[in-house]
Design a protein around this ligand. Structure first.
Ligand code: PGA
Length: 252
């Protein structure tokens, strides 16, 4: 049994004040949800307040990035240890915006996953193809290579702790979501790749869909056999929409 995960990636949005207002609203709307793992990823500046506000609730907090080194001369970076100290339990690694705008590579993704696991953070590892890659029929090939490189050199027991998010780049923030059939197919393939590396241990890995998930399309994704939840960007910024997505993901 894999527990459904609904994760909200706020990207570079919300001040501390806005974050706290949001979380109070969300808490009141989802307090009875015990069958969905709810994780919110605010910007670094709001992490501490958010961890305090969600202490002893059913909402967990994660960061949107980290650096693989423990400490040192890396201006502007944040380590896994720092995130743990603040109270984070999760970290997004390899989001396509980081790959596209900030030089994230499969190699840095791999190092970051190792650092996160070493410090007890659950990595949410993002993979996905661009539109030209999809049009050339390269989706499975690209995603497979990203997954293999992400987990390179990681022990099977640790691979089992990962959450993977399949996010077709062309579907992020565009309002164009993949069809649930397409997403199911790519995600089933990701599971096969992970099984070929981690054996039966891969059965416990949650694999999410991400890309223009909204209250009115979550139902289609969640009913697919291999889709264990969603990584939600835009629609996670509104606590009403986000709580609706959570509610509609229950009972799988
Ligand atoms: P979106 O973003 O839901 O706004 O498409 C998803 C993501 O970037 O994780």
């Amino acid at each position: 049994m894999r527990k459904t995960v609904i994760a909200g990636n706020w990207k570079m949005n919300k001040t501390i004040k806005q974050a706290v207002e949001y979380i109070e609203e969300l808490k009141s709307r989802v307090s009875d949800v015990d069958d969905v793992e709810i994780v919110v990823f605010p910007p670094f500046t709001a992490l501490l307040e958010m961890c305090i506000a969600t202490d002893k609730t059913n909402i967990s907090i994660g960061a949107q990035n980290l650096h693989w080194e423990k400490s040192g001369a890396f201006t502007g970076e944040i380590s896994a240890e720092m995130l743990r100290e603040v109270g984070c339990g999760y970290v997004i690694i390899g989001h396509s915006e980081r790959r596209q705008y900030f030089g994230e590579t499969d190699e840095s993704v791999n190092k970051k996953i190792k650092a996160a696991l070493k410090h007890g953070l659950i990595p949410v590892v993002c993979v996905g193809e661009t539109l030209p890659q999809r049009e050339e029929g390269l989706t499975e090939q690209i995603v497979e290579a990203q997954v293999k490189r992400a987990v390179d050199g990681i022990a099977q027991d640790d691979i089992a702790k990962l959450i993977v998010a399949y996010e077709p780049v062309w579907a992020i923030g565009t309002g164009k979501n993949a069809s649930s059939d397409d997403a199911q197919q790519v995600i089933a393939n990701i599971r096969d790749v992970l099984k070929s590396i981690a054996g039966d241990k891969a059965d416990s890995i949650r694999i999410l869909y991400g890309g223009s998930v909204k209250p009115d399309n979550i139902g289609g994704f969640i009913k697919e056999q291999d889709i264990d939840g969603a990584l939600v960007g835009g629609a996670s910024l509104n606590p009403l929409d986000f709580s609706e997505i959570i509610t509609r993901s229950r009972g799988k």
